[in-house]
Design a binder for this molecule. Sequence first.
Ligand code: DP6
Length: 351
Amino acid sequence: MNDIQSQFVKKILNGAQTMPKEKGVAFAPSNIALCKYWGKRDAALNLPVNSSLSISLGDLGTRTEIRCIDVEQASLPAQGQAGMPAPQGIPDMVYLNGELQPVNSSFAKRISSFLDLFRPMFGNAHFEVRTENTIPTAAGLASSASGFAALVMALDDLAGWGLDKKRRSMLARLGSGSAARSIFDGFVQWNAGTNPAGTDSFAEKIDNEWPEFRIGILELSSAPKPVGSRDGMNRTVATSELYKSWPQQAAADLETIRATIDARDFALLGKTAERNALAMHATMLAAWPPLIYLQPETIEQIHKVQRVRAEGLEVYLTIDAGPNIKLLFLEENEAAVTTAFPGLQTIKPFG
Ligand code: DP6
């Protein structure tokens, strides 16, 4: 984390008083993008090239508890490695699903360096963070999105800043771009913005509920992916010829998807979302070294979706930077889709 980010955080907090409680608690939903965020225009402030649109996953997400721990206690060799002093710079205690994470794990390091941005407001304290995910971590199901959104909300709760959602969204964005969207339920649009200072790049709720909307998670692999989204998108922007056409396509897709939500045109929504995801993967395939997140099972299931659709079942898919598939369908087809795809985990985003 750097000065640019620290200054951004100060600007967003705008002098809000920090009055720490015993602990801060928050839940944030995971989200699935129907129009993907892929590529940054500014790495330090995590500003995207294109606007994106997602749907939040109800009660699937991350619950986080955070408390300040005093420096003396934090610097004890208490990080699960008896006798080893905690390396300097990461004396936070970070738990994931009940397990203390080693200080040198990428998970603990990422959380700790994000917390560095907020430490001065808490008298340079260190933190104990307890994160519970109801989705597999790093399996392409966007746990960093709900993770950073829940962390920002828990910090806000701990400090008593009373931030509005727009500010929460911009702070969560610094941790992970897609986290900007996980501040909200339902359909969410993250506007890329144009301001180099990053103050117009935040998500907003699309005030339109679609109770019949269903998302099915086809978990084909829970193994961590070899290249994370961040490195993947940076490599794509830097090396993929096909990326040049992406911003324009994403802008058109976003407009179409927004209109389909208003018009309740599920067929056009599904088609546009599926094509958007596969176009994103096309930009990845054209990167060097090529980024191939799709596994043999992923390809098999893509063909299966095409087959059952040709037979008349209205089901579409989307895929993030990983091998797992998310199916999009309506309540009226839930039984048929579940029969066609055994083991599907079905989510009702609108409860
Ligand atoms: C393919 O939000 O994980 O899931 O901002 O670098 O943390 P960073 O990237 P991240 O990227 C998500 C990419 C995606 C598409 C999406 O969710 O819009």
